[in-house]
Design a protein around this ligand. Structure first.
Ligand SMILES: Cc1cc2nc3c(=O)[nH]c(=O)nc-3n(C[C@H](O)[C@H](O)[C@H](O)COP(=O)(O)O)c2cc1C
Length: 214
């Protein structure tokens, strides 16, 4: 790879590039990735949780929106991740866009979005995904593939000519960032890193910003 290619199109990052509101920049970096990255899912992230015994665990989910309230993703509320999220109330999300040479890390408290918000998003899902959300007892043992497919067929019959409602065990979580780190890869491992920390989570006022060693 040439230096130019390894540096990526952005090249460098300064505090001025990032502005004062890391959530806005977070949203902008995701938009950039949609516009310029060749990834199939630019919104795929590693979602990290910690269980009751302090064991960390990660898995990929899709971040569906980023706004002033935080980062939202959807899942099964009885899944392994949901148990960890509900018990600890905390999570971390990591984006990586190889072709932009960028990483973005976010940590903070996490909670369920409103039922109405989950309903609205569920209604936009393709029918097959809606059936799947009912059929899959996510993270629980499954005897055979056929058992899952049979559940899907039953559900297709049950909802043959009807709208499929959102399962009560499926919906969104929103992570409210207290830390956001922007990483821009540069030559010789001398990458640019900036860490925003929320000053006061209760009142939500302002962010500190510091440059970190790569
Ligand atoms: C590209 C990709 C996108 C995924 N998106 C989601 C998602 O948005 N929600 C979800 O629950 N699982 C998603 N998964 C599956 C999860 O990685 C994981 O296998 C599943 O949620 C069960 O995790 P858990 O047992 O830790 O709860 C995705 C997997 C991949 C590879």
């Amino acid at each position: 790879m040439t230096d130019e290619a390894s540096r990526g199109p952005e090249g460098s990052l300064s505090a001025d590039d990032l502005g004062a509101d890391p959530l806005r920049t977070c949203a902008r970096w995701l938009e950039d990735a949609y516009a310029r990255s060749n990834l199939v899912f630019p919104n795929a992230v590693s979602l990290s949780t910690v269980d009751d015994d302090g064991w960390p665990e990660g898995r990929i989910v899709l971040v569906k929106s980023i706004d002033d309230r935080g980062l939202t993703f959807f899942t099964n509320y009885r899944s392994r991740k949901a148990k960890a999220l509900d018990a600890s109330g905390r999570a971390a999300i990591t984006f990586y866009w190889p072709d932009l040479n960028r990483q973005m890390r976010v940590r903070g408290p996490v909670g369920k979005v409103s039922a109405e918000e989950s309903d609205r998003y569920f209604a936009t899902r393709p029918r097959g995904s809606q059936i799947g959300a009912w059929a899959s007892r996510q993270s629980e043992p499954l005897e055979t593939r056929e058992a899952l497919e049979a559940r899907c067929r039953e559900l297709e019959t049950r909802y043959a000519s009807a709208e499929i409602p959102r399962p009560p065990h499926w919906g969104g979580y929103r992570l409210t960032p207290i830390e956001v780190e922007f990483w821009q890869g540069r030559d010789d491992r001398l990458h640019d890193r900036f860490l925003f920390r929320r000053r006061d989570l209760i009142r939500g006022e302002g962010w500190s910003l510091e440059r970190l060693n790569p």
